[in-house]
Ligand binder design. Structure first.
Ligand SMILES: NC(=O)c1ccc[n+]([C@@H]2O[C@H](COP(=O)([O-])OP(=O)(O)OC[C@H]3O[C@@H](n4cnc5c(N)ncnc54)[C@H](OP(=O)(O)O)[C@@H]3O)[C@@H](O)[C@H]2O)c1
Length: 252
């Protein structure tokens, strides 16, 4: 039986496209009311409409996750429009800049760290108080297989995702007594728009697929199904860990 999230309120960052969109749709399909956060209001509205067309509830809350004041405004919005509690927080907003370390400006380095790591901190600081005292809470931080292994050109990305995994473990310990679980999901290469240049380049495609034992890309629906499970009542004993969904890449 598919896990039910009826009666739960969820917030997904980076919900405008890619994996965040897939997770928002899946959480809504499982019954959760979903707050959609990213900078692109038009795209968020399209996702919200899709959820409403399927009979679900979605609210659009445009914000940049790196902005302290903007995250606080999302907190106020959520309280006004969805109630002053949150059951599920998915810190999914992320960016990747691929280049040699010597080519990074400080601003570029900070942009990756601010988005992938500090954004999750700001969201957790804002919403953990609304999860406490209720005997249920689920936080998922979207890490990456690049938190576990790496490739040339991924210094900022790997550093941010490894740090996010450390943050995940420490926060899981802080919140375990409140029955709030905190876990990572570490995808391998997934079949989404942002990876099109990689998937369509014959050499890169061959080299990435050769390193993926199952011999294909991950599907957003596979990541979304894992997120729904980790957010369910049934996953209450899973905390402080990271679910690697990479077609076997990191097993080698
Ligand atoms: N796809 C993969 O193969 C893969 C593999 C491993 C890990 N991941 C991780 O999974 C997450 C989602 O990745 P994706 O592949 O779905 O990427 P994507 O399609 O590029 O989506 C990224 C999302 O993050 C949002 N975002 C970026 N910066 C933001 C900011 N400052 N404030 C608010 N929202 C922001 C974007 O929204 P707006 O542009 O609308 O603001 C967008 O919704 C990321 O954390 C990524 O590192 C992905």
């Amino acid at each position: 039986m598919a896990p039910s999230l009826h009666g739960k309120t969820a917030l997904v960052t980076g919900a405008s496209k890619g994996l965040g969109r897939a997770m928002a749709l899946a959480l809504a399909q499982a019954g959760a009311a979903v707050a959609l956060v990213s900078r692109d209001e038009a795209r968020l509205n399209e996702v919200a409409q899709q959820i409403r067309d399927g009979g679900g509830r979605a609210e659009v809350m445009p914000a940049d996750v790196t902005g302290e004041a903007q995250v606080a405004r999302v907190g106020e919005d959520l309280a006004t429009r969805m109630g002053d509690r949150l059951d599920i927080l998915i810190n999914n907003a992320g960016v990747n800049l691929r280049k040699p370390v010597t080519d990074f400006t400080l601003a570029e380095w900070n942009h990756v760290l601010d988005t992938n790591l500090t954004g999750a901190f700001l969201l957790c600081r804002e919403f953990v108080p609304r999860m406490k005292g209720r005997g249920y809470g689920r936080i998922i931080n979207m890490t990456s297989m690049m938190a576990h292994i790496s490739l040339p050109g991924r210094t900022a990305y790997s550093a941010s995702k490894s740090a996010l995994l450390g943050f995940t473990r420490a926060l899981a310990l802080e919140l375990a007594g409140d029955r709030i679980t905190v876990n990572g999901i570490s995808p391998g290469v997934c079949d989404i728009e942002i990876n099109a240049p990689l998937m369509q380049n014959p050499e890169l495609r061959a080299s990435f697929l050769a390193r993926t034992p199952v011999g294909r890309w991950g599907m957003p629906s596979e990541i979304a199904a894992a997120a729904v499970y980790l957010c369910s009542e049934e996953a209450g004993f899973i905390t402080g860990t990271d679910l690697v969904i990479d077609g076997g890449w990191t097993a080698q």
